[in-house]
Ligand binder design. Structure first.
Ligand code: ADP
Length: 394
C-alpha cells in the first residue's frame, strides 16, 4: 500500500511516498518558495536526486509539479495517480477536537478552518494541501494527523492557564502543544529501545521550532509550547518564554503596533535576535571563534532547556531517559553538552566522546555510570504519519 505524506506549509510543501507496512521510503522531496518566480523543487529517489527552479505561484501548482515528478517516465515511481492509496496530511492545529488520526470529511475540514484563527501561519496551508490533494487523488483516502493530538492527554491542571475560566470554557484558551508526532515517534522509540514497562521520558525537539515534552508511560503530560507555537524554549527566531508585560511596555511606552510586536517576537527574536544568525551551525562556529554574543546566546538557550529538564523531572518524579531530536538535537554536540552540564544531582552524565560521534542511528551518549539514559534519536514525522494513517485505514 502506497501512502503519500504531505506537509503543506505556508510557502512550502514537503512530501514522502512510503510503502506500508514495509516502511520503505520510495521517494521524498520539497517545494520551497511557493509564490515566487524562482520556487525550488527538490526530489529524491533511491538512486537519483534533482533540483529544479520553476515559477510556482500556488500550492495547487506545487502539488501538480510533485505529481508530474512522481509520474515522470524516467524519474517517476508510479504509473498512475490511482496507485496512491492514502494521502496523509500533517495538520498543525486540531484544537480539542482531535486526539487521534482522522479520516478527512467536510466536518474535519471545517474544524481545521476554524482552528486557523489559532495557527494562522500553518492551518491555511495545510487545508489548501487537502483541497488540492482531494482533486488530484480522488481515489485515495485522505487522512489528517494533528500536531496537537499527542498532547490531548495533558491533564487539566497543566493545560489551564490561570486566567478567568470563561476564556477556557468558551474560547478554548489553554495549552495545546505542538510537534506531537515527533515527540510521540521518538518517545515510542526510546521506550522500545530501553524495554521499559513504565517509563518517564523527556523528549527535546530542537529544530527551527523547539519544544520539550514530559512523556509518562507513553503519554504526554506536559509540553513547553502552549496555546500557539510561541512559548517555552528559545527558538530560531521566536523568543520562547517572556514576561507578557513586555508586550504592553512595547505598545504603550515604546509605541510599537501590535503587528510589529508579533513580528518582533515571532520572526526577529530567539537566536536570530540574540546573534543576527538563525542557523545554529553559524552560531556555534562564531562562538568557537570567540564571539561573545554567540557564546551568550548558546548559554541562554541551553539554560532554558535545563530549566525545563528540572521542571519535567519534578512533574514526573524522576526520569529514565532524555531524548534529543530534530535538526539541532540530532546534529549539535555543543547544544547537547551544554544542556546536560552540571546536572549530576539528577544522575545525568554525558559521555563527551560518544556525544561527538556522528551517526544517523539511535544512539546512547551517556557514560556507564549515568543513572539517566541520554539518547539521540532521529525523528521521522513522516513515517509516524504513515504508520498512523495505515493503522487507521486498515
Ligand atoms: P524544522 O523542521 O523545524 O524546519 P529542522 O529540524 O530541520 O527544522 O532543524 C533546522 C535546524 O537544524 C537549523 O537551525 C540548523 O542550523 C540545525 N542544524 C542542522 N544541521 C546541523 C548541524 N550539523 N549542526 C548544528 N545544527 C544543525
Amino acid at each position: 500500500m502506497k501512502i503519500l505524506i504531505i506537509n503543506s506549509g505556508s510557502s512550502s510543501i514537503k512530501f514522502q511516498l512510503i510503502e506500508m507496512p514495509s516502511e520503505t521510503l520510495i521517494c521524498s522531496g520539497l517545494v520551497e518558495r511557493i509564490g515566487y518566480d524562482d520556487a525550488i523543487i527538490n526530489y529524491k529517489t533511491k538512486g537519483d536526486s534533482l533540483n529544479q527552479t520553476h515559477n510556482i505561484k500556488t500550492h495547487r501548482e506545487g502539488l501538480n509539479k510533485i505529481v508530474e515528478l512522481l509520474l515522470d517516465a524516467e524519474k517517476g515511481v508510479i504509473a498512475n495517480t490511482n496507485e496512491i492509496n492514502i494521502v496523509g496530511h500533517r495538520v498543525v492545529h486540531g484544537g480539542n477536537s482531535f486526539s487521534n488520526t482522522t479520516l478527512i470529511t467536510s466536518e474535519v475540514k471545517e474544524k481545521i478552518q476554524e482552528y486557523a484563527a489559532l495557527a494562522p501561519l500553518h492551518n491555511p496551508g495545510n487545508l489548501e494541501g487537502i483541497f488540492v490533494s482531494e482533486e488530484i487523488f480522488p481515489m485515495a483516502k485522505q487522512v489528517a494527523i494533528f500536531d496537537t493530538a499527542f498532547h490531548q492527554t495533558i491533564p487539566e491542571k497543566v493545560k489551564k492557564y490561570a486566567i478567568p475560566n470563561e476564556l477556557y470554557e468558551n474560547h478554548g484558551i489553554q495549552v495545546y502543544g505542538f510537534h506531537g508526532t515527533s515527540h510521540q515517534y521518538v518517545s515510542n522509540k526510546a521506550i522500545a529501545y530501553l524495554g521499559l514497562e513504565t517509563s518517564k521520558i523527556i523528549t527535546i525537539h530542537l529544530g527551527n521550532g523547539c519544544s520539550m515534552t514530559a512523556v509518562k508511560d507513553g503519554k504526554s503530560i506536559d509540553t513547553s509550547l502552549g496555546f500557539t507555537p510561541s512559548n517555552g524554549l528559545v527558538m530560531g527566531s521566536r523568543s520562547g518564554d517572556i514576561d507578557h508585560a513586555i508586550i504592553f511596555h512595547l505598545v504603550n511606552n515604546l509605541k510599537y503596533t501590535l503587528n510589529e510586536v508579533k513580528t518582533l517576537l515571532t520572526n526577529k527574536s530567539g537566536m536570530l535576535g540574540l546573534t543576527g544568525h538563525m542557523d545554529l551551525r553559524d552560531i556555534v562556529e562564531e562562538a568557537e571563534n570567540g564571539n561573545a554574543e554567540c557564546q551568550l546566546a548558546l548559554a541562554i538557550s541551553t539554560y532554558r532547556i535545563k530549566k525545563y529538564i528540572g521542571a519535567y523531572i519534578a512533574a514526573m518524579n524522576g526520569v529514565d531517559a532524555i531524548v534529543f531530536t530534530a535538526g539541532i538535537g540530532e546534529n549539535s554536540p555543543t547544544i547537547r553538552k551544554l544542556s546536560c552540564e552540571d546536572l549530576e544531582v539528577f544522575g545525568i552524565d554525558l559521555d563527551d566522546a560518544k556525544n561527538k560521534s556522528g551517526s544517523r542511528d539511535l544512539r546512547e551518549i551517556n557514560t556507564a555510570k549515568s543513572k539517566v539514559k541520554l539518547l539521540v534519536i532521529p525523528t521521522n514525522e513522516e513515517l509516524e504519519i504513515a504508520k498512523q494513517a495505515y493503522e487507521l485505514v486498515n
